[in-house]
Structures are given as structure tokens and as C-alpha cells.
Design a protein around this ligand. Structure first.
Ligand code: ASP
Length: 594
């Protein structure tokens, strides 16, 4: 037996007990020959004190210990000398007086001190197995485990069963680039890693499973960000004979179970619901962060006959005039206003008009406003001394997005996103629903599915599918669940009727032959009595990231890729033996040039 207990269990009541502990030397200090070791295991730390007067041989042995050596120590629990207790440590009242020390393994020179705040993430990822020993990351992994367990328990309690689906599968059009895997048995052919088990979970409904879930690995060859990895984990869910309300209730129950199990937090359900139009119109985003105000205010009606050409022009062209009031931000710096203007341009505006309310209204545009327009601004935006008013005058989509981005940046400048009253975390969950079915791609000159091609148009808008000019108006039975401005999951009710699915594919520009080649299996399955079905796929990494208060999903994934998609620890991706390529009938383009 390596140990009788862990390093976080011993308390005053254990004084006098003989115990054996095992773990890593967290810190060792030599106080005039007396060696103090903080012995660490995944549960915590216990102090071990080697006094030469009590056991000279052991003290000498302990003298040679270095950080991260792995040791086993047996001895007696004693009270710490009065005045040296450490109230910050759960075991801070006691210490272990050893009678035996065994060095189980030595640690080399360390890549970085374990208790330091290391900003070089690449270094941390190169030595990830060591980095993960740090208490914060070890805690994150355990929270992740709790979250996954709560998910399974909850979904099981609702009759959902976990079914694994293939990793070597066929490309599913979820909008991202696929990872391809060459087939050796069929040279020249490729599998694709699943971007999500979307089609499989729908086929399982045709199979009569009725309630499916899977904690599923998904793969998307995309550019990486703080909340994106090439491979990530979804809680993939699909049910038959379900409505949107059923999916909402199931997801709310599951998230409640996860928050209870991980943080003992009772989240408020049901979540608020906003339509896509409302979310984007009021917050400039389909994943609104509502932890602060600064909502977008529509001023279109007030400026319809304005003398200010920029506003008038936008309105005459069918656009809108909107504004936000950044309270007490008239004092912004030139650097900040330049950055906000840059943001506006990046997201499609020609520039950024704003008014600083400092005694008078300071802005070159104010002279064009009539008194009525000024009064409308004043009352609708509740303008007061010290405010900064920022405008968007453009197509609805552009004006909203620009102001939405600016709203978030201003909130960062002003540190508006903080704790709630009494300093507690704020958990603002909401549903965004009634997403558009299609998105126009100017690049490809075609309509794409906003969610995916299996998403059902809303019954009320079904007739518009016959008129391409109306595609932008069609709403989908699609929804996202949002937490504190982060999309933590999305889903939809699906198309279960073969003719409607074929119509949808055609709308997306797929010929009958393309449909057969890419989706023949799905269309055939739908023809064999597919039940109405729908689902959702919350992202486990993002949920756990928010629960842990981490700023990147990399902090809640054991072995993540860095922001260039590399596993620095094992140096992957890597070259492979030319023989392996030969077996796959693959020739590298770079080889040919040589
Ligand atoms: N498969 C979708 C996704 O990964 C989610 C869903 O529709 O259930 O976004």
C-alpha cells in the first residue's frame, strides 16, 4: 500500500495517528537544518517536517529532495508549533513527523516552477503532463468530469441513451472544413472525421431509438480561437416526437444538473427567450451579453426626413439608424475612439459617428439635427452629462452588428462585465430562436443554410420556400442557448419529410444527382417512416470553461492544440514515413517539385 490517506484529509483530530502519505515535493524549505516539505497530491498539501534532532539520517535524506520528486513518507501527525498554523491550508493545523522516507522517483530540472503564473502557453503545452499537475488545471479536469457525469445521469434519468457513432465517417456539411482520412483499402478514397454526428443522430431516430445522446468528439478544420479547437466535445442530443419546448426543457434541466453538480449553483429556469430579430436588434448580437445594459435604440422614425445626409441616405436605402448610449464615457481617449472606428469599418460601416456630451453636445454632426431630432435623441437615449452616444446608420444587419461589437468593446473599456450584487457570479442564460433559415453568401453567390441543411423551416414561413426572393425572410425552427454572451449550444427541429428535404437541398443549389451522391442514404431513410425529430448540441468545453471561470477552452481540455493547431507535446502534426504514404497511394505535392 502506497498510502493510508491523501494529503488533504488530516486535521487536529488526527494528532497522534500514524499515517503514510505519498505525493510530490511541492516546496521544500531549509530553516537552519530543519527541512519543511509541502507534500502535494491531487487533493491538497500536507506539511512534513524533518528535524535533525529527531532523526538525523532522515533529515539528511530529506535535504537532498528537490521539487517534484515523488516520495512516500510515514510517521505521526503532530500539532504545529503554536503560532505557525496556516489558516489558508485545510491541513494547516497539523504536520507530519516522519519516521520513514522513501524516494519513489526523482524529478529532473523543471521546465518552469509549478506554482508560478506562466504566460508562455506554448511552454506549458509542451510539458502539458507537468502543467496539469497545477492545482487549478487539476481542478478543471475534475469539474469537467463532474459535468460529464451529471450530463449522463440527467439524460439517463430522462430516458436518453448514449450511443457511439463512427469517427471514420462521411463528410457532413456543417459549414466548416473537414478533416480527411485516406483509405488504404480503397486507395484514392477518403473518410471524413465528423464535424458533428448530425446525420447519424437523425438516422438513429429513423432507427426508432427515440432518445439519443452522446458525449461526442467533433472535428472541424477551422482557425483556432480561445473558444475553438480543431477537436472539441459536444453533448449531442436528438429526440423523436419532440417540439422546441421539449428540447428547451430538457436542456434547461441538464444545465441545471451540471451547475448543481459542479458548483452547487441553482440556476434560474425557464430561461428567457429572445427571437433572433430581437436579440440582434437590441444587443447587436445573436449571442447577447445581457450582464450590462447599453441596448441599441432604434431612431429610424425620428430621422426619416432629416437634413443629415448620412442618416437620411441610409434610411432612404431601406436601412436603419440606431444608437447606443455609453454612460459616462464622453471621456474616451483618442486611441479608444480610433479603435471603435476601426471596429465599425471592419464590420461594414463607412465610419463611426458619435457625440460626446460634455456641457454641450460635441460632434460635427449635431449642427445638422433639428430640435425635434435632438429631443428625440435626448429622451430615447436618456442622455445625461458625461455620456457618449454612438451611431450606426446602415442596413439593419450592418448597423446592428457594428453597434453590437462596439457595445462589447466599450463594456470592456468601462469594466462593465463584472460580478453581480453581493459579488456573486452572474449566470445569464437565454434562448435565441427563430433564426433565419438561409444566409446569402456573396462570395459563393448562393444561399447557404444558416444552421445546417436538415433544419426545418417554420411552418408559418414554409410557403416562402417557393420564392427565392423571399429566402431571407424564412425563419427556421432553430435555436441557440447562450450563457453570458457565449453561445453554448445550438440545435433545431429537423426536416423529416423526403420532399421537403429535397426542396431544401435544391434551394441550396444541389442538383438531384448531387443530392443522391451526398445524401442518398438520408433521403432513403426519410422515406422509410422517419418520425418528426429534433435536437441540440451543447458544447461541453465551453460550458466547463464558463463554470471554471477559465478564459480559454484550452484550460479545460487535458491535451489541447495550441493556436496554430499543433500538439507541442508530441510535435504533431508531423512527417510520416514515405512508406505509409505509399500504402495510401498518396504523393505529396511538395515532393513532386523537388
Ligand atoms: N449538429 C449541430 C451542430 O453541431 C447541432 C444540432 O443541430 O443538433 O451545431
Amino acid at each position: 500500500m502506497y498510502r493510508t490517506t491523501d494529503c488533504n484529509s488530516l486535521r487536529k483530530g488526527d494528532i497522534g495517528k500514524e499515517v503514510t502519505l505519498a505525493g510530490w515535493v511541492h516546496v521544500s524549505r531549509d530553516h537552519g537544518g530543519v527541512i519543511f516539505i509541502d507534500l502535494r497530491d491531487r487533493e491538497g498539501i500536507t506539511q512534513v517536517v524533518f528535524r535533525p534532532e529527531e532523526n538525523a539520517t532522515l533529515a539528511k535524506q530529506a535535504h537532498g529532495l528537490r521539487s517534484e520528486d515523488v516520495i512516500q513518507v510515514s510517521g505521526k501527525i503532530a500539532a504545529r508549533v503554536s503560532g505557525t498554523e496556516n489558516s489558508k491550508l485545510a491541513t494547516g493545523d497539523i504536520e507530519l513527523i516522519p519516521s520513514e522516507l522513501k524516494i519513489l522517483n526523482r524529478a529532473d530540472d523543471l521546465p518552469f516552477p509549478i506554482d508560478a503564473d506562466i504566460h508562455n502557453e506554448d511552454l506549458r503545452l509542451t510539458y502539458r503532463y507537468y502543467d496539469l499537475r497545477r492545482p487549478e488545471l487539476s481542478r478543471n479536469l475534475r469539474i469537467r468530469h463532474r459535468a460529464a457525469k451529471a450530463t449522463r445521469d440527467y439524460l439517463d434519468s430522462q430516458g436518453y441513451i448514449e450511443i457511439e457513432t463512427p469517427i471514420l465517417s462521411k463528410s457532413t456539411p456543417e459549414g466548416a472544413r473537414d478533416f480527411l482520412v485516406p483509405s488504404r483499402l480503397m486507395p484514392g478514397k477518403f473518410y471524413a472525421l465528423p464535424q458533428a454526428p448530425q446525420q447519424y443522430k437523425q438516422l438513429l431516430q429513423v432507427a426508432g431509438v427515440e432518445k439519443y445522446f452522446q458525449i461526442a468528439k467533433c472535428f472541424r478544420d477551422e482557425d483556432l480561437r480561445a473558444d475553438r479547437q480543431l477537436e472539441f466535445t459536444q453533448i449531442d442530443i436528438e429526440g423523436s416526437f419532440v417540439t422546441t419546448d421539449d428540447i428547451f426543457a430538457l436542456t434547461e434541466g441538464m444545465l441545471s444538473a451540471i451547475f448543481k453538480a459542479t458548483r452547487n449553483i441553482d440556476i434560474k429556469t425557464p430561461f428567457d427567450r429572445l427571437t433572433y430579430r430581437e436579440a440582434v436588434g437590441r444587443f447587436g448580437s445573436d449571442k447577447p451579453d445581457r450582464r450590462f445594459g447599453m441596448e441599441l435604440v432604434d431612431l429610424s422614425d425620428d430621422f426619416r426626413s432629416s437634413n443629415f445626409k448620412v442618416f437620411r441616405g441610409a434610411l432612404d436605402a431601406g436601412g436603419v439608424v440606431k444608437a447606443i448610449n455609453a454612460k459616462n464615457f464622453a471621456s474616451l481617449t483618442i486611441g479608444q475612439s480610433d479603435e471603435l472606428t476601426e471596429i465599425a469599418k471592419t464590420f461594414g460601416a463607412k465610419g463611426l459617428a458619435f457625440i460626446k456630451v460634455e456641457g454641450e453636445w460635441k460632434s460635427p454632426i449635431v449642427k445638422f439635427f433639428s430640435d425635434a431630432e435632438k429631443n428625440a435623441l435626448k429622451s430615447k437615449l436618456k442622455i445625461e452629462e458625461g455620456d457618449l452616444i454612438l451611431f450606426g446608420a446602415d442596413k439593419w444587419e450592418i448597423a446592428c452588428e457594428v453597434l453590437g461589437r462596439i457595445r462589447l468593446r466599450v463594456a470592456e473599456y468601462q469594466h462593465l462585465i463584472g460580478k453581480g450584487q453581493s459579488g456573486s457570479d452572474v449566470w445569464d442564460f437565454l434562448w435565441v430562436y427563430d433564426f433565419p433559415l438561409f444566409l446569402w453568401s456573396a462570395e459563393e453567390n448562393k444561399w447557404n443554410a444558416m444552421h445546417h441543411p436538415f433544419t426545418r423551416p417554420k411552418a408559418e414561413d414554409m410557403a416562402l420556400l417557393d420564392d427565392r426572393n423571399k429566402f431571407s425572410e424564412i425563419r427556421a425552427e432553430a435555436y441557440d442557448v447562450v450563457l453570458n454572451g457565449v453561445e453554448i449550444g445550438g440545435g433545431s427541429i429537423r426536416i423529416h419529410e423526403p420532399p421537403l428535404q429535397a426542396k431544401m437541398f435544391a434551394a441550396l443549389g444541389l442538383t438531384t444527382q448531387d443530392q443522391e451522391r451526398q445524401f442518398g442514404h438520408l433521403l432513403r431513410a426519410l422515406r422509410l417512416g422517419a418520425p418528426p425529430h429534433g435536437g441540440i448540441a451543447p458544447g461541453l468545453d465551453r460550458i466547463v470553461m464558463l463554470i471554471c471561470g477559465a478564459s480559454s477552452i484550452r484550460d479545460v481540455i487535458a491535451f489541447p492544440k495550441n493556436n496554430r493547431g499543433m500538439d507541442l507535446m508530441s510535435q504533431s502534426p508531423a512527417d510520416v514515413d514515405p512508406r505509409q504514404l505509399g500504402e495510401l497511394a498518396i504523393k505529396l505535392a511538395s515532393e513532386k517539385k523537388v
